[in-house]
Write a protein that binds this ligand. Structure first.
Ligand SMILES: C[S@@+](CC[C@H](N)C(=O)[O-])C[C@H]1O[C@@H](n2cnc3c(N)ncnc32)[C@H](O)[C@@H]1O
Length: 213
C-alpha cells in the first residue's frame, strides 16, 4: 500500500516549483505587514533572536525582517526556492538555508530557537504534515519560544485534493490544530479566524508558546 499522504505532499510540491505566484505575491504583502493586518500584532510578539521561517518561498517575508532578526533560518521543500533565497540574500551573513522533506525541520537543534513562523503556506499542506510541523516546532523552540502559524480552517471536502477547494485551502481546522498544539506542549496565546471577502472563516492564525519542560 502506498503512502497517500506522501503522494499528496509531492503533488502539492509540484505546484510550487515555479509558479507565477512568487512574482505576483511580491506585490501583495499588506495582508501580513500593513498596519491593521491581523497578523502583524501577533508577529510583533515574536522574539527574532533566532527565528525559523517555514516554507519561505522566495523570501518576500524574510526580506522584511532581516534587519531586525538575529539569525534567520529559511526552510522550504522546494530546493529551487532555497537556491533563489541564497542569491537574494547573498550579502547577508545572518541567514541559514534548509531544504526539508515536507514535514520536518532538519538541522534545527532541539530547543535552539526563539521563534518559528509560517505565512501563506501551511494553508495548503496536508493535515498530517501540519501536525508533524507542530511536533517539530515544539522540538526546536526553547521554553517560552513562540510560533506564529497561518493555517487552513477549511473543513469542506475531507479526503479531497486541495485544488478542489476555495483558494486551494487544504482540509484543516484551526480548532483541531489548537487542540493538537496544546497536547504537544504548545499553549495558545492568541488565535484568530481570518475571513476572505467571498469565503468567511477560511483561514486561521495562531500564536503559540512552548511551555516550560
Ligand atoms: C504559496 S507558497 C508561500 C511561500 C511564502 N510563505 C510566501 O508567503 O511567499 C507555498 C510554499 O510552501 C512550500 N511548500 C509546499 N509544500 C511544502 C511542505 N510540505 N513543506 C514545506 N514547504 C512546502 C512551497 O515550496 C512554497 O514555497
Amino acid at each position: 500500500m502506498g503512502d497517500r499522504n506522501a503522494e499528496m505532499r509531492s503533488a502539492i510540491a509540484q505546484d510550487w516549483l515555479d509558479a507565477p505566484y512568487y512574482k505576483d505575491a511580491e506585490g501583495w504583502l499588506d495582508t501580513f505587514w500593513a498596519p491593521g493586518s491581523a497578523f502583524l500584532p501577533m508577529f510583533r510578539q515574536l522574539d527574532l533572536t533566532r527565528v525559523i521561517e517555514l516554507a519561505c518561498g522566495r523570501g518576500r517575508h524574510a526580506e522584511r525582517i532581516l534587519d531586525e532578526a538575529g539569525e534567520i533560518t529559511l526552510v522550504d521543500l522546494v530546493a529551487r526556492n532555497i537556491e533563489l533565497c541564497r542569491e537574494r540574500f547573498s550579502a547577508r551573513e545572518n541567514v541559514r538555508y534548509v531544504v526539508n522533506s515536507g514535514n520536518d525541520l532538519p538541522g534545527c537543534e532541539d530547543g535552539g530557537y526563539s521563534a518559528v513562523f509560517c505565512y501563506d503556506a501551511m494553508v495548503h499542506f496536508e493535515l498530517l504534515d501540519v501536525i508533524s510541523y507542530l511536533r517539530e516546532t515544539r522540538r526546536v523552540l526553547r521554553p517560552g519560544g513562540r510560533a506564529l502559524l497561518h493555517v487552513s480552517n477549511n473543513m469542506q471536502n475531507p479526503g479531497g485534493f486541495y485544488h478542489q477547494n476555495t483558494h486551494w485551502r487544504n482540509f484543516g481546522s484551526l480548532a483541531v490544530f489548537l487542540h493538537v498544539a496544546d497536547r504537544l506542549g504548545l499553549a495558545c496565546l492568541e488565535q484568530q479566524v481570518v475571513d476572505w471577502p467571498e469565503a468567511p472563516k477560511l483561514d486561521g492564525v495562531m500564536l503559540l508558546e512552548r511551555r516550560p519542560d
